[in-house]
Write a new protein. Sequence first.
Length: 263
Amino acid sequence: MLSAPTNAIGPATVVAVDRHGARQVRLSEVTAGQQPEDGATTKASIPALASDATGRFAYVVGARSTIASVDVSTLAVSYHSLNEQPGRARANAFRAPSTAAKGGDGSIRIARWLGNGFLVVTGKNLRDTQRRPPDPAGLRIVNVRDWTERVLDRGADSFAVTDGLLLATGARGDAGTPPTGIGLKAYGTNGQPRLRLFAGRAVAVEVVLAGRAYISGNGWARYRVVELESRRVIGTLAPDRLAEPILGRGSLPASFGYPGRSR
């Protein structure tokens, strides 16, 4: 688990719980928590927590290009600064937002282990939510074997992983105006684009089930049903008819708000 100070922003803490009890280690280089400002706004730093398939290593990703790697068995911590992948620009979109702005400044990150030494990371950079909604932090793939990163899409803030595809969505806008977004994008295991639908729209993946992605959109009364193999929209569905997977080959998205649901 990942914990933070109460009503303050300070070092994040990783807590490991097993049959013998709880153990914890503080991360000096990754901040976490929320700090009330004037009753109406809050500064926040919410890092992502992901673990590898074996559960041996946990990775904590903050707003800056630093990742804490924690050996769960010993709670030994190492910090890694991400390097640009050869031939690609550094991911400036993932640096922490300026603290000079007033209001709900900060960041939220979400991450997931992809396998074979790779993490996927995205999230939001927070601003004054009364005047400017959060900005997408972008979607990147992190290689934990050499601590390099690859930017897939700077406009993404949420993702879902299913059947060898990484589905990305993201939205931005100003208060009082309809949001715009990147639509729905899909990338293959090699990071190459495989699908793009609803360009320019703010959409979200509600659930992926049996090879179909159910997509909500700003201003839509019904979800669009996307068949991933054929890469096309095959129908619509009323929101109250949507089933969510409990067991089997289904996937819920990791999205801004909390991992698991986008609404």
